[in-house]
Design a protein around this ligand. Structure first.
Ligand code: HEM
Length: 160
């Protein structure tokens, strides 16, 4: 075990905890804010959520494949076979659901801020966006959980 490997592994595990923690945390706080039905509360939380996703999730989204690739290279694991290849497919699925979610959050924040400014009720578009955002979280989070399982149990199988 070299210092290089330990450092990579440490960064990779930090990235995993940030992805999981920020994902679950954002879902919880947004849902709780939404359930208050108070546009001011929702606007405040949505603002923080948009920033948190850019600062924490986006950083971890980049760090994870980079450190993962370097770990695999160091350990001599094939990237495009077995549990790593399956993880990459699942990572793509997570991204396919997470990227639209980022834009939905921005749109929701803008709609709620406008409602607060103009003193109007939350528009139907906000409610549609919220439930789509909520639904997208399930496959994204399930795929991250599956990756975590693959990363820790490293089952031996081959696609070829
Ligand atoms: C996206 C591309 C990814 C690649 C190429 C990759 C690759 C790897 C490799 C090669 C290891 C080292 C395994 C070993 O020590 O034998 C590892 C460990 C680990 N990975 Fe990933 N990974 C990726 C994404 C992720 C994601 C998204 C998560 C979690 C959300 C994650 C969580 C972990 C954890 C917790 C370990 C430590 C496992 C242990 O030491 O028991 N990885 N990963």
């Amino acid at each position: 075990m070299t210092l290089y490997f330990q450092l990579l592994q440490f960064l990779h595990v930090i990235g995993a905890t940030v992805l999981l923690g920020t994902g679950a945390g954002i879902a919880f706080f947004m849902l709780r804010a939404h359930l208050t039905r108070d546009a001011r509360v929702i606007a405040g939380v949505a603002r923080i959520v948009v920033t948190a996703d850019f600062v924490f999730t986006a950083t971890a989204v980049v760090v994870q494949p980079v450190t993962g690739y370097l770990l695999a290279r160091f350990l001599g694991y094939p990237i495009f076979d077995g549990w790593i290849a399956l993880s990459l497919v699942l990572y793509g699925i997570t991204g396919a659901f997470w990227i639209p979610v980022v834009f939905m959050q921005i749109r929701m924040r803008d709609l709620v801020e406008a409602a607060v400014r103009e003193g109007t009720a939350l528009p139907p578009r906000y409610h549609r966006l919220f439930w789509t955002w909520f639904a997208f979280g399930f496959p994204a989070f399930a795929a991250v959980l599956a990756i975590l399982w693959l990363m820790t149990s490293r089952p031996v199988f081959s696609f070829f």
